[in-house]
Design a binder for this molecule. Sequence first.
Ligand code: HEC
Ligand code: HEC
Length: 289
Amino acid sequence: MAPVIKNLEKRKIKNLLVLFIIFSLFAINEASCNENGKILAYVAGCYGCHTSNPEEPFGGGYEIKTKYGIFISPNISKDEKNGIGNWSKEQFIKAIKTGLNPDDKPYYPAFPYNWYADMKDSDIIKIYNYIYSLPAIKKKDANHNLKFPYNIRNSLWFWRFANKILSNQNKIQNKTDYKRGQYLVNSVAHCGACHSPLTFFSIIKDYNNLSGRQETSKYLNDSVPNISNDITDGIGSWTISDIVFFLQTGIKPNGDFVEEDMSSIIEHGTKFLTENDLEEIAKYLLEIK
Ligand code: HEC
Ligand code: HEC
């Protein structure tokens, strides 16, 4: 009897070992998938804009002050009642790429979905999986505090129509031949959402022009610098390593620290990118007109 039991024990241990190895491989694989999803969620600003308290990641409540009033980001954690816990992947992709909710109601462009329109579905699913790997946050959405008539959600149909006619956004939608740096700048990290000039009703004619923005109101002090490769007005005199260092640390070539919204973009976003991705961004910024 004894040797049989011994053999059985041995086999059990062997099986357990094999199981353990398979499980670890799976866990590592899962962890690195989530790591990719995490980096994307940070660089795309989902984390920064949907988190007001670091202990409640994606719980919403972050305020976006604009001349139309204050937007308060919703809870996008996996909580079923307050967040998006009962959304399918398809509903999530639709919201991110088209700015329509599961009932086809339009979202405000304070949610920069127009930039995400040409994000790869596989990248959006990585973000979804990452958000769903985190705890559900039980925090109710707060209402936006917008001026009339911007508080009427249906007025967004007019905005969407005007944006379609007046901007080049249609042309860039579903572009698939992006180079890495161009994809990060023009889609995922949506640099033009702040750095491209605004026209009437905050419509951006050329989404990826990056030549900066005039102040829209003294109270908001919201001008944004030119980051095109123009030598005098833009950042054409910066080197690739100046840009990489800046997007990691917030320190400009002249030694000044960056301020305002850009420091959050770096702190919760670009500093998580690999050196290689940052170099691709820098190369793209220095070569575009
Ligand atoms: C600049 C801030 C900002 C960024 C960046 C941002 N969002 Fe949002 N998001 C918002 C705001 C504001 C709303 C609410 C829009 C509305 O009420 O029409 C919103 C709405 C949403 C909704 C709809 C929630 C609901 O309950 O209907 C989802 C889902 C969402 N965002 C996911 C994301 C993801 C994923 C990312 C990153 C890829 C992201 N957001 C990036 C500001 C942002
Ligand atoms: C939420 C709005 C916002 C987004 C998105 C954004 N920026 Fe900025 N950026 C700013 C603001 C505001 C400043 C000015 C900060 C200051 O004066 O210190 C700035 C400053 C900069 C500067 C310094 C320019 C100079 O001459 O001092 C660079 C470079 C820059 N941003 C690059 C980028 C890149 C690259 C991206 C995309 C990965 C990006 N920004 C996305 C708002 C934004």
